[in-house]
Structure formats: C-alpha cells, structure tokens
Design a protein around this ligand. Structure first.
Ligand SMILES: Cc1ncc(COP(=O)(O)O)c(C=O)c1O
Length: 455
C-alpha cells in the first residue's frame, strides 16, 4: 500500500471508536435540543445526524460523549489538511498575538501569501483580492467581469453552487426560499453530466459539441448580447461531485475566447489539492480568466481569494478590495502555512493517489451492489450515486439518507446530498483509513439494501 504523508497519528486501529450504546449519545442530544431552541435552519447533514462535536485532530472528530469518528467530509470540503494542523494553528496563533486586523493595509504576511499564490497557481493569474467567504469572492469575481467587459449578463449552469448572496444565487441552484426570481441578466444552461447526459453521440457517449452548439444559439437568441462571462464550478460539488467529460473545458475555453466572454472558474471547493492539483482546471490544461479560491485555502480559517489573469489586472484595480476581514494577518498566515504544508508533504500527489485507490475500490463496490448507479472522483473529491434501478437511473433519496445515517452510526462523519453520497476526506488521510471509510460505506449500503428489499 502507498505510504502516508507525515502528520498527526493516523492508525486505523485507533478509530472510529464508539463508546456510547447509541449515537448521537445523551450529551449530544441534550446540547442539540438546547441549540435548536435558538439556532434555526440547520443543514440536512445535521438534521439527519444531530451529533455535537467537541474536538478535531487530523482525520478524526470527537463528539461530546467521547465517540471518535473518521472524518470523510473535511468539515464541508474545508479542513483538507485535517483538523487543527499544527503548522496552521501555530501560524494563526502567532498573528492572534501580534496583529489581528489592519483593514486592507499591506502586511509582510500578506505579501508572502500573494507571492506564494502567484508561484503555485498556473498561467498568469496575478490580479488578486482577498476575502473571507467563498460567496464574497464569487461576488467580487462577477464585479470584475463586469468591470473588464462593460457587460452585465452571466451564463452559468443548472445545479452549480456559488453561494447565497443575490448574484451568487442567481447563477446557481435556485430554490423557492432564495427569492421570487433570479436577478436579471443571469442565464442558466445545462452542463454535460456523463451519467445523465442530455445529448449523446450515436455510440452513446456524451456529445460535448451539442452542448456548445446549444450555448451558441442561446447566447445569440436568449441574451441581450451583453454577456460578460461564463461562471461555473470545474466539478459540481453540491450536485454530487459531478465531473465533466475531459473535452468540456478545453472546448468551453475556445467557445469563450471566440465570443469575447470571460471564463470564470469557481474553485472555492476544488482548489488547493482537493482533486490532486492546485486548481482543478489544471486537469484539463485550462487557465480561467478569473478564479475564486476558498475552503481548503485556509484549512478552516476563513480566507478566500478572487484572482484574475494579468490582462485584467487594471480592471481588478477598479473594483475595491476593501472588506472588514479579507486578508487579515491571521487569514494570510493560515493560507500561507496551508500551502507550505501541501508542498512540504507532497500532498497534491498524495491526494491524487488516494483518489485512484478509492475510485478503484468504488468500482468494485458498484459491481456488488444493485443500488449503486454511478461512481466517480478525482483526488479526494468523490461521489456515489444511488438509484432504484440501474437501467432507469431513478434517484434513490431514501437509500441516500439511510446509508448516510448507518455509516455515521458506525463512526463515519460525512456529507449527504439526497441520493448522492459525497466524499471529501482530508487529503492527508492514510490509504488504510481511506479504504476503511469505504468499507464502512459499503457495509451501510449492504444494510440499506436489505432494509429496502434489494438482495
Ligand atoms: C463552489 C462554491 N462556491 C462558493 C461557495 C460559497 O462559499 P462560502 O460558503 O464560503 O460562502 C461554495 C460553498 O459551498 C462552493 O462550494
């Protein structure tokens, strides 16, 4: 089995370690009931398994009853280097004692971070602004696209997710509670999902050119002719780790270039080694005009970025970078430390290796289980789609909820998404523990199949 990177103790014998008769345990139940009196709007992840966590270390999470779980979610794609990575925690603590905030003035640690980002990112991505959430970075990206083109419409894709403010919601998955409508000028298009294609070639494979032909017609006939940019996730995260076919982004890059559109890649979820590269777009050799970074960038400390290619630097200058918290010294220190850990511990390669190992095990699982319709992933961003019938591909939401709960009861902390099982373990995980997590998922799938009358 391939070697593990350095890092906190990760013996597969140590956890999961469940000490209460049932989970969530009594203390979790008591605290969560108190929280629910005041805190409203919990995610389905919490509602389906209302555990109360107290401590995180490396790839483990411990609840208030003393049960220790294996972390297969990295928070929500955030703590890629594991919980409380000593180097990141020390960096934050150092600046918590020296300088917490000085608006958007330059600090030595900010300079060090900006230069490091320029060094590791591909192409000429060099016009930078720092923010404190993925959503604010996405909004800044859209402001920049408008400033750089003097246009105001955006194209994006169904089932993308970009955040919860008006602009971000308007180019993303839209629910009744998001408002009466999208903001004007936002246009949604289908994107190629290899498992559920709209357009296929005669041999049954996905027809990327047909998608682009549709985009072309839409651009000409469905917009006001003022489209600034195509905004999209490299891999759809919320929608269930949906990877596009390999020819999609190279063709989309040409499509945008030919029509004077900027290509904005929202890499908030996919950046910093999540899929085995700094930017996920590197898998397809495509440099976006604008990119957003977040989540794993600060390994848990809120730090995000919006970065544009050199030709747009002057336009970046015209949109103000001033925010209360963006780029504060603690945030810069966290991000710089996280990047250094990824480099020192060779974690891009490790993430890629884990992805190959896990995907091959997931293919084996698929052969054994009738409710597994599709498996996919790269690096530590993976998904399993559950269906009622492999032929009809009807989504199996009830199975998704049960598998999530059964695996959590066994000690796997992870993320549900309806009928799709989303997996995003920390990229420092040992191969042994990655396979152990999958074994827990497979056991939960087998139990669910029995409960629901399959096999
Ligand atoms: C691709 C993508 N963009 C933007 C966001 C919003 O980030 P935040 O929750 O930090 O505002 C998310 C969050 O899940 C995301 O996955």
């Amino acid at each position: 089995m391939p070697a593990s990177p350095k890092g906190p103790a990760m013996s597969s014998a140590a956890f999961p370690h469940m000490v209460t008769a049932g989970v969530p345990g009594p203390r979790s139940q008591e605290l969560h009931a108190r929280a629910c009196r005041l805190m409203k709007g919990y995610s389905s992840q919490v509602r389906l398994f209302p555990v109360v966590f107290e401590k995180g270390e490396g790839v483990s999470l411990t609840d208030v009853d003393g049960n220790t779980y294996l972390d297969f979610s990295s928070g929500i794609y955030v703590t890629s280097l594991g919980h409380c990575h000593p180097k990141v925690s020390e960096a934050v603590a150092r600046y918590a004692h020296t300088l917490m905030n000085c608006h958007d003035f330059t600090t030595p640690i900010k300079v060090a971070l900006l230069e490091k980002l320029e060094q590791v990112l591909p192409g000429d991505l060099s016009g930078m602004q720092l923010y404190d959430s993925g959503t604010t970075a996405v909004e800044a990206g859209m402001r920049l696209c408008r400033a750089a083109t003097d246009k105001w419409e955006f194209l994006s894709c169904f089932r993308d997710f970009h955040g919860k403010t008006l602009g971000a919601v308007s180019c993303a998955v839209f629910k009744g509670t998001d408002g009466p409508t999208r903001a004007p000028g936002f246009h949604m298009l289908p994107r190629p999902d290899p498992y559920r294609p709209h357009w296929t070639k005669p041999d049954g494979t996905i027809d990327t050119d047909a998608y682009l032909a549709y985009y072309d017609q839409y651009l000409r006939e469905g917009t006001a002719g003022k489209a600034a940019a195509f905004v999209l996730e490299p891999v759809q995260g919320w929608a269930g780790s949906v990877f596009p076919p390999d020819d999609f982004f190279p063709k989309l890059r040409r499509f945008c270039d030919d029509r004077g559109l900027l290509l904005m890649a929202d890499e908030v979820l996919t950046c910093m080694g999540r899929t085995g590269t700094w930017l996920c777009m590197e898998h397809w050799d495509v440099v976006p005009d604008v990119v957003t970074l977040g989540k794993g960038l600060g390994n848990g400390f809120p730090v995000t970025a919006m970065i544009a290619r050199a030709p747009y630097s002057e336009a970046v200058e015209r949109i103000s970078a001033s925010t209360s918290y963006g780029g504060n010294p603690m945030a810069c220190a966290a991000a710089l430390a996280a990047i250094e850990v990824i480099e020192e511990e060779n974690l891009l390669d490790h993430s890629a290796m884990l992805g190959e190992l896990m995907l091959s095990r997931m293919h084996e699982m698929q052969r054994r289980h009738p409710i597994i319709g599709h498996v996919r992933g790269k690096g530590c961003l993976l998904g399993i789609e559950l269906v009622k019938d492999q032929r009809t591909k009807e989504p199996f939401d009830e199975a998704g909820a049960r598998v999530y709960q059964r695996a959590f009861e066994k000690g796997l902390a992870w993320i549900p998404a309806g009928h799709i099982l989303r997996m995003s373990p920390p990229i420092i995980m040992s191969p042994e523990l990655a396979l152990k997590g999958l074994e827990m998922i497979e056991d939960a799938i087998a139990e669910t199949e029995r409960e629901l009358g399959y096999g």
